[in-house]
Design a protein around this ligand. Structure first.
Ligand code: GDP
Ligand code: MG
Length: 241
C-alpha cells in the first residue's frame, strides 16, 4: 500500500489490456530515482494478464505502487477519474496521469512538476506534443495532422489558444482535482477537455499552462477507434460543463 503522505506526487496510469505494452522496468527505475513519487496503476477490467503484470511491477516497489482494480471495463476517462479520486484520498499534493504505453516517458511528469513548483497559481499543467526543432516527438504524419484539426476545433470550442488537449501526460493540483473530478465525465476520450473546461469555468484561462514535452514516441496497438472519436467530439461540442 502507498504511504499516506501529503507531499507526494501520485502518477495515475490507466491500464486496459496492457500486459504486452506497459514498460515495467521504466516504471521501477523511475521510482528508484525519484523517491517522492508514487504510482497508482488502475486496472480497468482487463481481460488479458494485465493483473499479473501489474502485480509483478508492484512487488518491485510495494511501498510506492498501489493497484486499483476496477470491477469492469469503464473506459480511460473513468479509470483515470477513479485513480484521481484515490490520489485525492491519499492527500497527494500533485496528481499526474500518464498512458500505460509510456508514449511520454514518466520523466515528462518531472518536467510538469518542476513547472508546478514554480507556478503556484496554475491548476493544471498539460503536456503538449509541440513538434519543433529540438523536440523528439514521433507520430505518423496522419496522426499529427488529424490531431491538429481536432485540436483546432477544440481550441475554438474552448475560446482558448490550446495547442494540444489530447496528450496523455498531465498534472493537476489537489484542489483542482477535487473540483473537477468529483463528477463523472461525459466523453471517454475527451475527458481532458472536460477537465480544462471545468478549470476555465472556475479559475479562468490563466489557470492552465501547456508545457512542451521533450519526448513523445507513439506506440502501436492504440485502442482509439475513429468512429467513436467523432461521436465523442460531437457530444463534447454539444455539452457545456
Ligand atoms: N481504462 C481504460 N483505459 C484504456 C482503454 N482503452 C485504452 N486505455 C488506456 O488509455 C491509454 C491510452 O491508450 P492508447 O491505446 O495508447 O491510445 P492512444 O495512444 O491515444 O492512441 C492507455 O493507458 C490505455 O491502457 C479502456 O477501454 N479503458
Ligand atoms: Mg498510446
Amino acid at each position: 500500500m502507498l504511504p499516506l503522505q501529503t507531499d507526494k506526487t501520485v502518477i495515475v496510469i490507466p491500464c486496459y489490456n496492457e500486459e504486452g505494452r506497459i514498460p515495467s522496468d521504466d516504471i521501477i527505475s523511475f521510482l528508484r530515482n525519484n523517491q517522492d513519487f508514487s504510482i497508482l496503476l488502475v486496472n480497468d477490467g482487463s481481460t488479458d494478464a494485465t493483473a499479473n503484470t501489474l502485480a509483478a511491477i508492484e512487488s518491485a516497489s510495494p511501498d510506492k505502487i498501489e493497484i486499483l482494480s476496477l470491477p469492469c471495463n469503464s473506459g480511460k476517462a473513468e479509470a483515470v477519474r477513479q485513480g484521481i479520486l484515490r490520489a485525492i484520498e491519499l492527500k497527494a499534493e500533485f496528481i499526474a496521469y500518464l498512458d500505460a504505453d509510456m508514449s511520454a516517458p514518466p520523466e515528462a511528469i518531472l518536467k510538469l512538476r518542476k513547472e508546478a513548483l514554480l507556478h503556484s497559481e496554475i491548476k493544471l499543467f498539460a503536456g503538449s506534443r509541440w513538434l519543433h526543432l529540438g523536440s523528439d516527438i514521433k507520430r505518423s504524419a496522419f496522426r499529427h495532422y488529424i490531431g491538429r484539426i481536432i485540436a483546432t476545433i477544440i481550441s475554438i470550442h474552448l475560446h482558448a489558444p490550446v495547442y494540444d488537449t489530447q496528450c496523455g501526460a498531465k498534472l493537476i493540483r489537489h484542489d483542482a482535482a477535487v473540483k473537477t473530478c468529483s463528477r463523472p465525465f461525459r466523453t471517454g476520450w475527451f475527458f481532458d477537455v472536460e477537465i480544462m473546461r471545468r478549470i476555465f469555468n472556475i479559475w479562468g484561462h490563466d489557470a492552465i499552462l501547456e508545457v512542451a514535452l521533450d519526448k513523445w514516441h507513439h506506440k502501436n496497438a492504440s485502442k482509439v477507434r475513429f468512429l467513436p472519436v467523432i461521436k465523442q467530439i460531437l457530444k463534447l461540442l454539444l455539452s457545456r460543463d
